[in-house]
Write a protein that binds this ligand. Sequence first.
Ligand SMILES: [Zn+2]
Length: 255
Amino acid sequence: MCGACGRKLGFFSWGDFCRQCQKLFKTELTRLEKEILSNKDLSGEPAVIIKKGNKKSRIKLYDKVFRQFETRGELSQAEITALQKLQQALDLSDDEVNAREQIKLYEFLAKAREAIEKGVSLPVFDLNTHLKPKDLMKIAPIIRKNELIHFAAPASLMETEEVISEKLLWGVKTTIRDVEATRGALILTSQRLFLCPFPLEKPVEIPLFYIFHVEGKLNSLTIFSRARGRPYDFRISNRAAIKIFETCLHYLLTH
Ligand SMILES: [Zn+2]
């Protein structure tokens, strides 16, 4: 039986819908996609068939739109709102779209930018509500008196290492490779940037007044410190998080 209209399914049909309903479902997905991408808004109620349709297809559409919005490297407030509407129209939960953390980060970035525009102090980041419980339980940060936390995200410090790749008659051949030196939660405060280590890992602490340059890339944040010859290369898997570190650091270093 077709999950939408109740018609008996033919012998060769696959999936939960009859051919007509499958077509309707696809048409409606395409309509939602076009509308959200061109207007950043949705008009009217989505067709009922959406809720009954394949969940994977709905999640796929959401991810596609999210990535499309993110291509500029950032989400605007209008795009954040549009994504929330799309999530509702597709009848997807926060867990299903994995958007909660992504969108929350972009919202936090918008808040930080607003503070910067006004020239006031950066928003305070609450580790307990913003960090995922699985990361939070692995760290025990010691925050000093008068120190404010402005942001935090899981990160790895990468170092380059020379390794022997081949033993030759007259010596050895070496190659350079990136290795993870330590990892934990990278925490930006009003005084320092520090990597609060996960169990058995080493801490890293960089006072803000040592930092003279910051560079955010696709999956890493590079910090140039006056106290160290080579820059710190922090691997961070989340693009929005890198953007927040970069934005907040620039502001803290110039104010
Ligand atoms: Zn049907």
